[in-house]
Design a protein around this ligand. Structure first.
Ligand code: FES
Length: 139
């Protein structure tokens, strides 16, 4: 049943900003959906499009890439590289018959625990509305 669908959303979180933001969300008890699976990466610049595609074709229903705000990347331009890949990833998803909404790139700083929770909740709800993808293992 579509109503019972509980999406799995994978989040690649930059160690320096979004991962710390996730930590703050937890310690400050900001409520967010338990559908999230976090993968800590050193920078969003190291999240190759293949990783997003692989996740979405091997069971994840949505993928978030969360990193430092522009100007704050600890590797200077990593998040700008991630931004540069945004459209390419969306086009790859369309080629595979996946909705663009299954991928989202956002900036979350270490002090933005509530924002982390908001982005996660919005993403989980959006994916819940879409339903399982064509590669879902839990359709
Ligand atoms: Fe956070 Fe690059 S170090 S996005």
């Amino acid at each position: 049943m579509a109503n019972d669908f509980e999406p799995i959303v994978l989040a690649f979180c930059c160690n320096w900003c979004a991962y710390a933001g996730a930590d703050l969300a937890g310690t400050s008890r900001a409520q967010y959906a338990p559908n999230l699976r976090v993968i800590r990466v050193m920078c969003t610049g190291m999240v190759h499009p293949n990783l997003v595609i692989e996740a979405l074709t091997k069971g994840a229903d949505g993928v978030l890439v969360l990193g430092c705000h522009p100007g704050d990347c600890h590797y200077l331009e990593g998040n700008l590289r991630a931004e540069g890949r945004r459209e390419a990833i969306s086009l790859l998803l369309e080629d595979l018959g996946l909705e663009r909404e299954r991928f989202r790139l956002e900036w979350v700083s270490a002090s933005e625990g509530p924002r982390f929770a908001k982005v996660v909740n919005e993403m989980v709800e959006a994916i819940r509305q879409l339903g399982p993808g064509p590669y879902s293992t839990r359709a």
